[in-house]
Write a protein of this length. Structure first.
Length: 398
């Protein structure tokens, strides 16, 4: 996955993006649970991200050949491919983010090259070309990818819409709701937010500078966008407290920032990395030699209702679960309080499930669960996890 990202950055101007934070509250009392095994859904795939709904699981991959194209696939919950679609306009196109809306429409966002413009030709006559040989005008192998592009793909695999805007940037994350699409993007000098509603892109909302990184985004039905990440600069008038503070940012439908909250550790580094649509947010806390995963449930005003920390390597994914529960995917560095039958193994992650009040209700692991890069939840089939080596694992609802 890292190699794919580096390849994408040959075409794009990459960057990092802005954030917010929180204060600590008492964690929920742990409940003793036994570790359970994960199910292998797919032993090998070339997927770069996964999303799911109640009917299917969807993946995409970037294909590098004469042209760069995107392949999107749909699978049923038995693992059988339902359909496959290659997005190929004849130009280079690359995807870096995907989401699915309540109607089952897939939203794929990335970059597309600008179509080459025909060169003007000067007509010549006489003996300059006595044999009448036609000289082929060979276009360059790849045009610069100077457009952000959004593709809409139906539940049956048809491209039903495409919108593009001339902006050089890397797409970091997206979130879709009934009110439109929010796109988190970045350049070397700045992160920014743009939205797409009714076929029209908004103006860019720049968030800090290269000292700010935004990693996670969610958009509510009323058009409010919530951003999560880290920052080592002043944001929204809020000054830096630790070495790097976690950051939470609230942006109104109008495109104005309405709230900034910082989460800080004295001389420490904090970073929010992943979120669900209901604002269960996960990230890391580094203080001295201690590294922990921070798991927090916020409300829309960034007030935490519960939070907990677990010693880990830091990288943590968040996902929704059944009956208002939440999943956290992380790599522990020690035993987990309240989990029996588990031993921390370097490189192996666990899945922890918490109820709506923050109580631990289940735990899962497998030797196959290494470096999870994407997660998604289906109300029918449960939680799916994509690893860096292409395995797809499942936590069933049953």
């Amino acid at each position: 996955m890292i190699a794919r990202k580096n390849l994408l950055r040959k075409y794009l101007v990459s960057a990092v993006i802005a954030c917010l934070a929180m204060t600590s509250v008492a964690q929920g009392a742990p409940k003793s649970v036994s570790i359970k095994p994960l199910k292998v859904f797919s032993q090998s795939s070339s997927a770069e991200a996964i999303v799911a709904n109640s009917k299917a699981i969807f993946t995409y991959e970037n294909i590098m050949g004469g042209n760069a194209d995107i392949k999107v696939r749909a699978f049923d919950f038995a693992g059988t491919e339902i359909w496959s679609k290659t997005v190929d306009s004849g130009l280079d196109e690359l995807a870096t983010a995907m989401a699915i809306d309540s109607q089952g429409t897939l939203w794929l966002v990335g970059n597309i090259a600008i179509a080459p413009q025909p060169e003007s030709v000067t007509v010549v006559t006489g003996a300059l070309n006595p044999d009448g040989i036609e000289v082929e005008n060979i276009p360059p192998l790849r045009a610069d990818m100077k457009n952000i592009s959004v593709w809409q793909i139906s539940a049956t695999g048809e491209v039903i819409g495409q919108s593009s805007i001339a902006t050089v940037a890397l797409i970091d994350a997206i979130s879709v709701s009934t009110s439109g699409l929010s796109i988190l993007a970045s350049r070397d000098s700045e992160p920014f937010l743009i939205t797409l509603a009714e076929g029209k892109f908004s103006k860019e909302l720049k968030i800090g500078s290269a000292k700010t990184k935004i990693s996670a985004i969610t958009r509510s039905g009323d058009g409010t966008t919530y951003l999560f990440g880290s920052s080592s600069e002043t944001l929204g008038g809020k000054k830096l407290v630790g070495r790097v503070d976690g950051a939470l940012i609230k942006v109104a439908k109008t495109g104005s920032i309405t709230g900034v909250v910082r989460s800080s550790a004295p001389k420490g580094i904090r970073d929010w990395q992943s979120t669900t649509s209901s604002l269960f947010v996960t990230g890391s806390v580094r203080s001295g030699t201690t590294v922990e995963s921070a798991l927090t449930k916020f409300n829309s005003s960034f007030i935490p209702s519960w939070t907990t920390r677990i010693p880990s390597t830091g990288r943590t994914l968040a996902s929704s679960g059944a009956k208002g529960s939440f999943y956290a995917i992380l790599e522990p560095t020690s035993a987990i309080k309240g989990v029996t039958g588990f031993k921390a193994i370097k490189g192996q992650s666990v899945v922890l499930q918490f109820d709506s009040k923050g109580l631990l209700i289940s735990a899962f692991t497998s030797s196959e669960l290494t470096s999870a890069i994407s997660s998604t939840y289906s109300s029918t089939a449960g939680l799916f996890l994509l690893t860096g080596d292409g395995k797809i694992l499942q936590v069933s609802n049953s």
